[in-house]
Design a protein around this ligand. Sequence first.
Ligand SMILES: Nc1ncnc2c1ncn2[C@@H]1O[C@H](COP(=O)(O)OP(=O)(O)OP(=O)(O)O)[C@@H](O)[C@H]1O
Ligand SMILES: [Zn+2]
Length: 599
Amino acid sequence: MDSRTEKLLGADNYQKLRESRVLLVGAGGIGCELLKNLVLMGFGEIHVVDLDTIDLSNLNRQFLFRKRDIKQSKATTAIKAIEHVSNSKLVAHRANIMDVELFPLSWFHQFAVIFNALDNLEARRYVNQMAQFLQKPLLESGTAGFDGYIQPIIPGSTECFDCTTKETPKTFPVCTIRSTPSQPIHCIVWAKNFLFAQLFASGSSTTSDEDLGTENPEEIKRIQQETNELHELQDYAKAGDESKIVDIFRKIFVQDIEKLLAIEDLWKTRQKPSPLYDIEIGGPVCKDLNVVWSIQEQTNAFVEATKRLMRRMTDEKQIEFDKDDQDTLEFVSTAANMRAHIFNLPQKSVFDIKQIAGNIIPAIATTNAIIAGLSALASLRVLSLIKNSATAKPLELNMAFTAMASKISSHRYLSNPQLASPNPKCPVCSIKRGVINISNNELKNIRLSHLMEAVREKYSYPGEISVLDKSTQRLLADFDFEDLCGKTLFEINIKNGTILLVADERCDETELRCPTEFYIACGTEGGLELPDIEVPLVEVLAPSETPDDDHEVQQSVTAEGAIILDEEEENPRKRPLDEAPEPTSKVAKIDEGEVLLLD
Ligand SMILES: Nc1ncnc2c1ncn2[C@@H]1O[C@H](COP(=O)(O)OP(=O)(O)OP(=O)(O)O)[C@@H](O)[C@H]1O
Ligand SMILES: [Zn+2]
């Protein structure tokens, strides 16, 4: 197979391929396919990073894994499975790609190209940022069911992952979830993000001063009281006192519903809920996860799942919901179904609830294979290794979508619009970047004010600057906050891997010094070394000003990778970034990538 690649690429390019070291982030659905492709193409050295272990539900599509591999590291197992056909050096890392101690910025430097095969926005954004720091080509990809995309990102020349808005997760009003559910999904969100979170996890983010989406004072009082009472039930859960399960059941499915019924205004236009009276607590459990259980079976399984979770609480102290953790899944499924029954809504099987609560769109092996194939092929163009279709300019490269996703054309399965140049309003690629080298010793000597002065002087920033720790979103200094300026960098927790954003905060100027992100790289030697970069003055764009057509939004990607495009045939959507919905301060974030409650 090597000789075939050599024929296609030519001897010189093939040699370059053999000498290239590449990074694959994620060894899941796309990652397994991509690893196979990269090995068969003959890249010289391939590093695979994945933080997770193999789960039974991965086996239907992550073809490098077998049943015997369950609970083993994905990165290590994937490499073991492919080693026997590999002519490449393969290196596995079972770790989080965002771990700055294991993978500082300088570590990324060794790779010719980075392949993202991830499943969440946070990690995608992080790798995108690293690629921007190092000006490394990144091949971003994602799938959701039949939908899929690949996006080559050439920092400085093409759009980055953050140049386009990404779809925000679905939202529900708090009052709908807590008082008046009208769809099964409302009961599932209640069971997972409220009930389970209050009893076993770190608690829901619903606070007393949050806007609850209702003006009814009685309802607001009841919601707050219910939250407080559930805190008490958490003490039972923590103590592992199984005799209290009956009390928990009666409180949630009888007394709380009676309190809701007492707020008569709620039921003027809605069907009243019916508390779960006359149910025996405890009994045989149904094992078939694909059918909807009777209400008695739901109760029995709820009691059993609660017992199992209570036993675990004594050791684990806190349990997070995980769709692959049968105890947490059965608790949430049965609680959601009992609530659905109370509110006269359809119930669902545990299997169906797993899909919804885990926010899963079934993964399709073929979509993963197509996307991984395109990503691998695109890397040859990105690295200019293809003899016959060499790319002179980065903007000649293409993105690719499956047609289901893009709806760009109903006649073709794959669409491949050309890449756009960076969006001047993109928070990631519209700014400058550099690395500040500093020794661990100096961190303890240098004060924030000293660092700010050095930055002002070297890059001609004015007096009015702000400094933000991007890693924690902490404001360290600005024109009316100087409390930390006298502290050393060590004291304000600036360390290896911290990213500082410095911005020109002058008002009423037509031009401002461009914001700069500084990556803090700590070593054992040297003093403070600022990077030699040019930080230009940039024109202040009026908020309503729209960037030119090239810089408009073409697609948005959900946390899972699904792409939302508009319906226009043969013409990718052009939507100014300004139209992107601003995050609202009333949003209560419950869980990354999942369901939000807002008013
Ligand atoms: N920060 C991260 N560092 C390293 N690997 C990551 C990180 N975030 C996600 N991943 C890995 O990316 C892979 C994405 O693969 P995929 O989308 O197929 O998800 P999955 O977890 O394998 O499947 P599913 O979510 O459908 O059960 C996973 O193996 C996941 O562990
Ligand atoms: Zn960008």
